[in-house]
Ligand binder design. Sequence first.
Ligand code: NAD
Length: 288
Amino acid sequence: MAERITGHTELIGLMAYPIRHSSSPAMHNEAFATLGLDYAYLAFEVDNDSLEDAVKGLRALKLKGSNVSMPNKTVVHKYLDELSPAAKLCGAVNTIVNNDGVLVGHITDGIGYMQSLKEEGVDVIGKKMTIVGAGGAATAIEIQAALDGVKEISIFNIKDKFWDNAVETVNKINENTSCKAALYDLADLDKLKEEIADSFLFVNATGMGMKPLEGQTYIPDKSFFRPDLIVSDVVYSPRETEMLKMAREVGCKTMNGLGMMLFQGSAAFELWTGQSMPIDHMKEFLGI
Ligand code: NAD
């Protein structure tokens, strides 16, 4: 690293709190080194109170860009100049690109999810999906899927504090895209079964299946799945959730959240550098 950093090296940041546990710095720095790109990626502990100053600093120091994570994802747009269509619809930003002084906010979580499907040869465009979730990960996937051309999205969520967000997401999709979205209460399991039955893809985009809900699923039994259904989970720890295990036993193609995690990073990498991340190498590096 000492040999790599010069007076020309471009800096990319990561603004979040807490953030010291993040694997993003290791991932991006490995990709820069592998491709011989003169960039460095550093994590900065930034919360909502210091966010405005941090973005001013990014501007003043002419950083090439930054990732943004919690608690800043839904706040940082206030300090930026432009937003991508997906970031505008999601009301969230995870990637800032500094285009010669113009700060543009993007959200790459949904892009990453859709790319992870493509990489597995799963083509959901023009088809119907059912998804559970109304938080950050779910909203990014739902909006990107609608923008990319998924025909119909049935969204389920429990009636918690995220419900109003789900109502908003459905309205935004129906008003701004050609996709048809509908929202249902996850307590209505008959409806869930019915919607999954004519879907091509089913997605869990909640924390169900990971700690503290590890070993649990809201899918009551295997009759909810059929062998030609694709079942995917945004959770990647554990690698196979109870829901994915059930789906695998039925014979479904299953996917965990590691692909989404990798490809949200590679989408940001491409926005900053204009180059593709060396995916096969990164999979090996990350032990995916
Ligand atoms: P969030 O807090 O924004 O949203 C939480 C969601 O879980 C809401 O829809 C909420 O209603 C739902 N929920 C909570 N308890 C529930 C329960 N008991 N039963 C059913 N639903 C319940 O969280 P988030 O940031 O959207 O993260 C959700 C999951 O996605 C987490 O497991 C996180 O690790 C994962 N994630 C993965 C990636 C990736 O790259 N693979 C990226 C972001 C998040």
